[in-house]
Write a protein that binds this ligand. Structure first.
Ligand code: NAI
Length: 340
C-alpha cells in the first residue's frame, strides 16, 4: 500500500536529520510519497505567515506528518509554530517513549517508560499580558474536557502497549483548583481501567524519584509544561536529547517529531544524531500499520548501536549524520539474517 506523508524538514539540524531518516525509511521498501512543506521563519519569508494553510491542509488530508524541529525566537518575535500546529490540528496527546539503547553510556540502561503530555492547554495557551509595567500575568488553563481526554488516552495507551501502571504528575497541593481538576479527572477515568494501576506524584518529588529510582515508573501523564520539562529530564536519563522520539496524536492526524529542538549550535555541520527523528519515523510506520518494516529498521539500528563503531559525536563517536544512516541502510540491505 502506498502512503502519502507530509514532510516538514524544519530549521537548524532539521533538514540534515530528516534527509538521513527518509533514506533509512525508503530502504525498508515501504512505498511512500513525501509531500514537502514548510513552517515557521521559512514560511514567514515565503508566504507571510508562520503557519501556512497549505501545510495544515496537507497534514489534514494525509493524516500523517514527519516533522523536523522548528526554531522559536526567545522573548520576542513570532509565537511557537510547534504549539500553533498542535492547536490547529488539535493534536492533544504528545507521546514520548523513553528507552535506553545498547552501547549508549547512560544512567539507566534498562529504563523503559513513556511520557504522555497534554498538548493543547495549561500554560501554553499563550495568554500573557502586562497588568501594569513590571507586572505580567501568564494564565494557565486546565479544562475538564482536555484533562479527561488525556487521562483516557494514557490508560488506553497502557492497555494497548502492555503497560501496567499510569502515574499522574501534578502540583495539586499548591494549584488546588487547576492541577486539582487534572488529578480529579485522572482518577475518574482510572476507575474504567481496573487492570491498570493508577497513582500520582507531585511534580517536584517526581523529578527526584525519576533521577534516583526511575524503574518505579511505567506511563506518566502530565499537563503541558510539566510534560515538556519531564520528557527532557527523561531523555537525559537514557543518554541525551538525540535519542528521544515523539508523536503528537489527535483525531485529525498525527505528527511525528523528536523531543529535541533545532540545535543551532551544531546545525550545518552534518554531525547531528538522527536517532530521535528516525525513532519517531518508526513510530510513524507502526501508526501506519507497517510493523514489519519498522521492526526491520529498528533491528538494523540496534545492531549499529551494538557494534558501536558508527556513533555520532554526542554519543562519543566520530560518525557523521550520514555515516550513521548509511550503516543502518547497509544492515537493512544485508537482510534479515545478518541483523537477526
Ligand atoms: P535543542 O534541543 O535544540 O538543543 C539542546 C542541546 O542538545 C544542544 O546542545 C544541541 O546541540 C543538543 N542536541 C539536540 N538535538 C541533538 C541531536 N539530534 N544530535 C546531537 N545533539 C543534539 O534545544 P534548544 O537549544 O533549547 O532549542 C533550540 C531551538 O529549538 C529553539 O528555537 C527552540 O524553540 C526549538 N525547539 C523546537 C522543538 C520542536 O520543534 N519540537 C522542541 C524544542 C526546542
Amino acid at each position: 500500500m502506498k502512503h502519502t506523508i507530509t514532510l516538514i524538514p524544519g530549521d537548524g539540524i532539521g533538514p540534515e536529520i530528516i534527509a538521513a531518516t527518509v533514506r533509512v525509511i525508503e530502504a525498508t521498501g515501504v512505498d511512500i510519497e513525501w509531500q514537502t512543506h514548510i513552517l515557521g521563519a521559512q514560511a514567514q519569508e515565503k508566504y507571510g505567515t508562520t503557519l501556512p494553510e497549505s501545510t495544515i491542509d496537507s497534514i489534514k488530508q494525509n493524516k500523517v506528518a514527519l516533522k523536523g524541529p522548528q526554531m522559536t525566537p526567545i522573548g520576542k518575535g513570532f509565537t511557537s509554530v510547534n504549539v500553533g500546529l498542535r492547536k490547529a490540528l488539535d493534536l492533544y496527546a504528545n507521546v514520548r517513549p523513553i528507552k535506553a539503547l545498547p552501547n549508549v553510556p547512560c544512567r539507566y540502561p534498562s529504563l523503559d517508560l513513556v511520557v504522555i503530555r497534554e498538548n493543547t492547554e495549561g500554560l501554553y495557551v499563550g495568554l500573557e499580558h502586562t497588568v501594569v509595567p513590571g507586572v505580567v500575568e501568564s494564565i494557565k488553563v486546565i479544562t475538564e474536557k482536555a484533562s479527561t481526554r488525556i487521562a483516557k488516552y494514557a490508560f488506553e495507551y497502557a492497555v494497548a502497549n502492555g503497560r501496567k501502571k499510569v502515574t499522574a504528575v501534578h502540583k495539586a497541593n499548591i494549584m488546588k483548583l487547576s492541577d486539582g481538576l487534572f488529578l480529579e479527572c485522572f482518577y475518574k477515568i482510572a476507575k474504567d481501567f481496573p487492570e491498570i494501576e493508577a497513582d500520582d506524584k507531585i511534580i517536584d518529588n517526581c523529578c527526584m524519584q525519576l533521577v534516583m529510582r526511575p524503574e518505579q515508573f511505567d506511563v506518566l501523564v502530565l499537563e503541558n509544561l510539566y510534560g515538556d520539562i519531564v520528557s527532557d529530564l527523561c531523555a537525559g536519563l537514557i543518554g541525551g536529547l538525540g535519542l528521544a522520539p515523539g508523536a503528537n496524536i489527535g483525531e485529525q492526524g498525527a505528527v511525528f517529531e523528536a523531543v529535541h529542538g533545532s540545535a543551532p549550535d551544531i546545525a550545518g555541520q552534518g554531525i547531528a544524531n538522527p536517532t530521535a527523528i528516525l525513532m519517531s519515523a518508526l513510530l510513524m510506520l507502526r501508526h501506519l500499520g507497517e510493523h514489519a518494516a519498522a521492526d526491520r529498521a529498528e533491528k538494523a539500528m540496534l545492531v549499529v548501536f551494538a557494534d558501536g563503531k558508527t556513533l555520532t559525536k554526542d554519543l562519543g563517536g566520530t560518525a557523521k549524520t550520514d555515516d550513521f544512516a548509511n550503516a543502518i541502510i547497509d544492515k537493512l540491505k544485508a537482510g534479515e539474517a545478518a541483523i537477526a
